[in-house]
Design a protein around this ligand. Sequence first.
Ligand SMILES: [Mg+2]
Length: 93
Amino acid sequence: MTARTASVLAEVARERERQHAKWGVQNFPPELWLMVLGEEVGEVNNAALEHHVGNLPDLSAYREELIQVAAVAVQAVESLDRQAEGEGERGEG
Ligand SMILES: [Mg+2]
């Protein structure tokens, strides 16, 4: 693993901790996770578009949203693993 990879993964971990502090443990079914992930991907698209048309001077928002997408993907895997191990009910909460 390169130092850059480790640095980015540390950012994803911090964002994952922030999401956990905000929302707690979330055991959603896959289709709901995909909706949440899709919403976050939409925010990445919006940030890239706003930069492209000149409304955002740099790509910092695009980068920040990508970190959020990665953290949500991590959370979806955690949820899947919890449910596979019988730790959480399928559904919300
Ligand atoms: Mg976002």
